[in-house]
Ligand binder design. Structure first.
Ligand code: URA
Length: 236
């Protein structure tokens, strides 16, 4: 990979700015000052230092955000704050949310630059489980589990609850494997219930970490990325 390309992808700067910092003699490659933007480097093996910091090349970025109420899941919006307003990362402009949570839904939201993986995780054919903690305005009916496990028609196809765990009369954990528009709210509405609080607590094999404060994000660890990639069950 060219040195200027390496700098743009790690630092999130333009090629023009990469050339400027090289010209300013601020970049060392394997302990040697380098100014040539077209120098070919091995992005994994070579050590590149800028501002006394070793730059680590990562093709893909994976962030986990604990989304708060009041933010829309979009990269930009004229009227509302977006989840990207909560993200501080040099490559932010290349990142996007994996799927969508409603403005008033909280919890686990993945943010990445890996388009193909995002597509696979969202494909209904891959059956990636998503679990939501749901609070409702009335007692969950006794036949509710059976009805939702058999499935209800939403947008012309059957939507099934993969798992339902009742916590008390008015709260439950609901696992689904699709991501239709307002799916959980519409499944509850089918039983005559209104959702009063909704939070996604897991996505595939990944759980929302207890110590990730609402509104905060962090990078996934290598083992968490592996867990995520292994979440895909079905075939496309
Ligand atoms: N189902 C909903 O109704 N809303 C969400 O944000 C996610 C799932």
């Amino acid at each position: 990979m060219r040195l200027d390309q390496f700098l743009t992808s790690v630092l999130g700067i333009s090629r023009k700015d990469a050339k400027i910092i090289l010209k300013q003699k601020k970049v060392l490659v394997n302990q040697k000052l380098e100014t040539n933007p077209s120098l070919q480097i091995d992005e994994i093996k070579d050590e590149v230092i800028y501002n006394n910091q070793i730059l680590k090349y990562q093709e893909h970025i994976y962030l986990i955000l604990n989304k708060p109420n009041g933010y829309i899941t979009s990269t930009e919006d004229y009227n509302h704050q977006t989840v990207m307003d909560l993200i501080n990362h040099p490559l932010k402009h290349k990142l996007f949310p994996v799927g969508r949570l409603d403005i008033d839904t909280e919890g686990l939201l993945l943010i990445t630059n890996n388009g193909p993986l995002s597509h696979e995780l969202l494909s209904p054919k891959k059956h990636v489980s998503k679990t939501y903690y749901v609070e409702i305005d009335k007692a969950f009916p006794t036949d509710g589990i059976e009805i939702l496990k058999n499935g209800i028609m939403l947008d012309g196809t059957r939507s099934v609850a993969e798992d339902i765990e009742l916590i008390n009369e008015t709260s439950l954990n609901l696992t689904i494997t699709e991501g239709k528009y307002h799916q959980v709210k519409r499944m509850m509405a089918h039983l005559g219930l209104n959702v009063t609080y909704l939070k996604r607590i897991s996505f595939g094999n990944l759980k929302l970490p207890n110590d990730l404060e609402i509104g905060s994000f962090r990078e996934l660890t290598a083992s968490e990325v592996e867990l995520l990639v292994n979440s895909k069950k079905g075939e496309e």
